[in-house]
Design a protein around this ligand. Structure first.
Ligand SMILES: NC(=O)c1ccc[n+]([C@@H]2O[C@H](COP(=O)([O-])OP(=O)(O)OC[C@H]3O[C@@H](n4cnc5c(N)ncnc54)[C@H](OP(=O)(O)O)[C@@H]3O)[C@@H](O)[C@H]2O)c1
Length: 232
């Protein structure tokens, strides 16, 4: 990571997922990375996006290891309670939509709330969240996937708002919503047919390279794993 200190420390949320796990592996392979901490529902400490207490406790227990120059949130959900994304309005169910927002939007706000204090104050740092191109309002040409699209768009707005606020206290922090390509994973398995697939390791390395190239601009970026900007 050319833009970070040598050595640097990294923290990955959602480390038990396909992309999160690939990010952990890519960082372990970097001599410059002194330490990678991976958090998930089955790790110790553990995090559950539906429990603010778990997020607060995990962040507090990592405070002695801070600062982390790189924090990436690779959590997220597409299917909810076994139900895949809605194709039409008449498939929208309020309780499932609320759960999608709880994970992809409110969970993101809570991660920002509890984990951005672990970023350094007077040093360059990178905070990336796994978003999705389908969360782009401008790029929406196919419709469908109401809950996922809209909860990802809300997550993007939360990131953008936090980036503006935190620029005042951490002016060297970069905030980015990241699109990994279509990666075969538990999340995408039932829906990725017909799409060219990106290997998790390629997506992870691309995402790290893409965020490494960004500068702190007082607002968030939305980029893909090849470094291309995506319209909000
Ligand atoms: N795969 C793709 O093609 C693709 C495309 C665009 C965007 N994305 C985004 O990339 C991110 C990672 O997706 P992935 O493909 O790697 O899927 P994945 O393998 O299913 O990983 C999802 C991650 O989210 C975690 N998670 C889900 N619910 C949680 C909760 N309540 N509390 C804490 N963690 C929770 C999972 O934890 P557990 O391991 O405990 O279940 C897992 O670590 C997601 O934000 C997704 O929207 C993926």
């Amino acid at each position: 990571m050319r833009s970070l200190s040598d050595p640097f420390r990294a923290l990955i949320l959602g480390a038990t997922g396909t992309i999160g796990g690939a990010l952990v592996q890519a960082l372990r392979d970097m001599p410059q990375c002194a330490q990678v901490v991976g958090l998930g529902r089955q790790t110790s400490p553990s995090i559950d996006l539906t429990s603010e207490t778990s997020l607060r406790n995990a962040a507090q227990s990592l405070a002695t290891m801070a600062p982390f120059q790189l924090i990436l949130d690779a959590t997220g959900a597409l299917s909810i309670d076994g139900q895949g994304p809605e194709k039409r309005l008449d498939q929208c169910m309020p309780d499932l939509m609320a759960k999608s927002f709880e994970l992809n939007a409110i969970g993101r706000a809570l991660v920002l709330k509890h984990f951005t204090p672990l970023l350094p104050k007077h040093e360059r740092s990178l905070f990336g969240v796994l978003s999705a191109r389908v969360g782009s309002i401008e790029d929406n040409r196919l419709g469908g996937w109401y809950s996922y699209r809209s909860s990802k768009a809300a997550g993007n707005m939360i990131l953008q708002t936090a980036a503006i606020e935190l620029h005042r206290t951490k002016p060297q922090a970069v905030f980015a919503a990241l699109q990994p390509g279509t990666v075969a994973s538990k999340l995408s398995a039932a829906f990725n047919k017909g799409h060219p697939l990106t290997e998790p390791s390629i997506a992870a390395k691309g995402l790290l390279m893409a965020i490494d190239r960004l500068h702190a601009k007082g607002s968030a970026w939305f980029v893909d794993f090849q470094g291309e900007e995506i319209p909000w």
